[in-house]
Ligand binder design. Structure first.
Ligand code: SAH
Length: 396
């Protein structure tokens, strides 16, 4: 319906499309700058269609109504420019050069503002920026996560050393400027690596985690746990995934690569029981807490490699009805799929953030007697070239 509100929204999107992003040439994070949102959706649809057409039909991509400022997690790296002035921003794609950015069209605006405040506060507390070449300096990165539903904000200060001399006063000053911050964490990363976060953490303020609501459930998120970055689209993704699983209340379900247990919890009222498996120890702790927090009793979580877990299930002679799988970009493994067939799973809902590895895995599924029925792309990352796809796979 053409309401006044809809017309205004459309006009505002068109205006933003015309202005585009001032950093796009230097940054390189958004592959689709300079073309309309409509056009990028068509491109993404075409890419998925080309990769998956030999396996199944591809439904129209689920688009985002207002494809701006959607990222609930913002990561900034710190450096100095040629004049020695401290800058914050992101690495230019494929390099270690920092592009100074104060606000980005796909990042949460409040989180961006917090990063600017951190940068402006540094000189008065004599906090030095880490220099990759000399290894000298304290602050490496700042990560901000904000829950759009609860408003809770987590700030992670990644430092090279656990010794942070002015930390109490720094925390006070930051909170004074941003009273919306609910927790501040110091993460120590003293290694020369491209990983942002190290293993050691000190909670400087608050509980050390934030809570967000998705599909009616409350999720606790720690600094190092994986959490979907676009909550609006994540709800669409999860609802579609549950729909494609066709649960009746009787099923024995596995949620593989489960992160903090989001899919497990959301699926739990529609099946008999869910087991979630996840490699990241922190995420598993979050998942266990999330089940308790939401008073859900038919889910269990296991820490470990998803393929090893599946192989063990098959060895133990167990069976499964439905498997949700949401692997990282590299996709799943042949061992995982072999064992999935051995435990006689009837239906699989594969959530993929890389349609190329999805196509490779679908080929292997086919050899094992599993056919893809339908694929649904979901635009989780407008303006970037990342494509998320859900695929329903059924045992012949
Ligand atoms: N389904 C979750 C997480 C998806 S991201 C969600 O929607 O939020 C992929 C997850 O796989 C991450 O949490 C990552 O830590 C985990 N992971 C990566 N490799 C793994 C492996 N080999 N076995 C189990 N989990 C793995």
């Amino acid at each position: 319906m053409q309401t006044r509100e809809n017309v205004q929204k459309k006009e505002s999107i068109e205006k933003k499309e015309k202005i585009g992003c001032q950093y796009s040439k230097k940054c390189g994070g958004c592959a689709y700058q300079g073309i309309t949102y409509e056009k990028q959706l068509k491109e993404k649809q075409k890419i998925v269609q080309a990769l998956l057409k030999e396996f199944c039909k591809v439904q129209p991509i689920l688009s985002m109504e207002n494809p701006y400022y959607y990222r609930n997690k913002v990561h900034a790296v710190f450096d100095r420019d040629r004049k020695g002035k401290v800058i914050s921003g992101i690495y230019q794609e494929g390099t270690h050069k920092v592009v100074p950015i104060d606000s980005c069209i796909i990042e949460d605006q409040k989180s961006d503002a917090i990063i600017v405040s951190v940068r402006k506060l540094l000189p008065s507390f004599k906090i030095k920026i880490y220099d990759e070449d000399t290894g000298y300096g304290l602050l490496r990165h700042v990560l901000v996560r904000r829950s759009f539903s609860s408003g809770q904000v987590m700030v992670v200060l990644v430092t090279t050393s656990p010794v942070f001399p002015s930390k109490n006063n720094f925390v006070k000053a930051l909170l004074k400027e941003h009273n919306e911050i609910t927790t501040i964490i110091q993460n120590v990363n003293d290694r020369n690596t491209s990983m942002v976060l190290g293993k050691k953490e000190n909670i400087l303020y608050g509980k050390g985690y934030i809570e967000d609501k998705l599909c009616g459930y409350t999720f606790r998120i720690s600094s190092r746990s994986f959490y979907q970055v676009n909550p609006t689209q994540t709800e669409k993704l999860y609802k579609k995934a549950i729909e494609l699983a066709g649960l009746t209340g009787k099923e024995n379900v596995l949620d593989a690569y489960c992160g903090i247990g989001t899919i497990s919890l959301i699926a739990s009222p529609y099946c008999k029981q869910v087991a979630g498996v996840e490699l990241n120890t922190e995420a598993v702790k979050d998942a266990i807490n999330n089940a308790k927090r939401n008073k859900i009793e038919n889910v269990r979580f296991f820490q470990g490699d998803a393929s090893e877990f599946m192989v063990q299930l098959a060895k133990d002679g167990q069976t499964l009805d439905i498997v949700f799988m949401d692997p990282p970009r590299s996709g799943s493994t042949e061992e995982f799929i072999d064992s999935l067939a051995a435990v006689k799973a009837k239906r699989v809902v594969y959530i993929s953030c890389n349609p190329e590895t999805l196509a490779r895995d679908l080929q292997y599924f086919k050899q094992k007697g599993y056919d893809a029925k339908v694929a649904v792309p979901v635009d989780m990352f407008p303006w970037t070239d990342s494509i998320e796809t859900i695929c329903q796979i059924v045992k012949k």
